[in-house]
Ligand binder design. Structure first.
Ligand code: ATP
Length: 183
C-alpha cells in the first residue's frame, strides 16, 4: 500500500511556496507519491482565475520539471478538474483518484488557510472518512498543521507584481503569455 498525496489548488500561478510544500512532503516522508491537481472552477474564492485551466496546468507541469530528479519521479500533474465542467469538488476528485489507486491510502494536502474553511467543503463528512488530511502551516496561519518553514509567497502577490518567487520556466511562460499584465 502506497501513500498517495493529492495537492489541489488554483495555482494561478504555481510558485516556489508550492514547490517547497511538495519537497517537504517527501523530505518528511509523509507520502510516497503526489498528484498535483489544478482546480477547474475553484470554489470559496472571490475571483475566478486569471489564467485558463490549460495555462495553469502547463505552469504546474513546467514547475514540476524543476524539482530534484528523485522527487520529480514521484510527482504527476493531473488535468481531471480542469477537464470537468462545473464546480470542482474535492470529493469528486478523490472518488475518481481512488479508482486509479484502489489499494492505496489517499492523503489530501492543504494549507492552513484552506483548512480554516474546510467545514464549508461539499460533503466534508464523507470526504474525511475517505482521506487523511495533511495540513501545512504557512505564514499568518500558524499552529494548525505541520511546520515546514513555509515560504512567505502567495499567488496573489505574484499576480499583483509584488513578488516574483516562481521557477524561471514559469516566469518565462507568464511573460510570453502576458498572463498577469493589466492587473
Ligand atoms: P492565492 O494568493 O491566489 O489565494 P495561493 O498562493 O494561496 O493563491 P493556491 O493555489 O490557492 O495558492 O494554493 C494551493 C494550496 O497551496 C492551498 O492549500 C494553499 O493553502 C497552499 N499554499 C499556497 N501558498 C503556500 C505557501 N507559501 N506555503 C504553504 N502552502 C501554501
Amino acid at each position: 500500500m502506497s501513500r498517495v498525496g493529492i495537492y489541489g489548488g488554483t495555482f494561478d500561478p504555481i510558485h516556489l511556496g508550492h514547490l517547497h510544500v511538495i519537497t517537504q512532503l517527501f523530505e518528511k516522508d509523509l507520502i510516497d507519491q503526489l498528484v498535483v491537481i489544478p482546480a477547474g472552477q475553484p470554489l470559496l474564492r472571490d475571483f475566478q482565475p486569471r489564467a485558463t485551466g490549460q495555462q495553469r496546468f502547463t505552469m504546474c507541469e513546467l514547475a514540476v520539471t524543476t524539482l530534484p530528479e528523485s522527487i520529480r519521479a514521484k510527482v504527476s500533474v493531473n488535468p481531471i478538474e480542469i477537464l470537468r465542467d462545473g464546480p470542482s469538488y474535492a470529493i469528486d476528485t478523490v472518488v475518481a483518484l481512488q479508482a486509479s489507486f484502489p489499494n492505496d491510502q489517499i492523503f489530501l494536502v492543504i494549507g492552513a488557510d484552506a483548512f480554516e474553511k474546510i467545514n464549508q467543503w461539499h460533503r466534508i463528512d464523507d470526504l474525511e472518512k475517505m482521506v487523511q488530511i495533511i495540513c501545512i502551516n504557512r505564514p499568518g496561519y500558524k499552529g494548525l498543521g505541520i511546520d515546514i518553514n513555509a515560504l512567505d509567497v502567495s499567488a496573489t502577490s505574484i499576480r499583483e507584481g509584488r513578488n516574483s518567487q516562481v521557477p524561471e520556466k514559469v516566469g518565462a511562460f507568464i511573460r510570453e503569455n502576458g498572463l498577469y499584465d493589466n492587473q
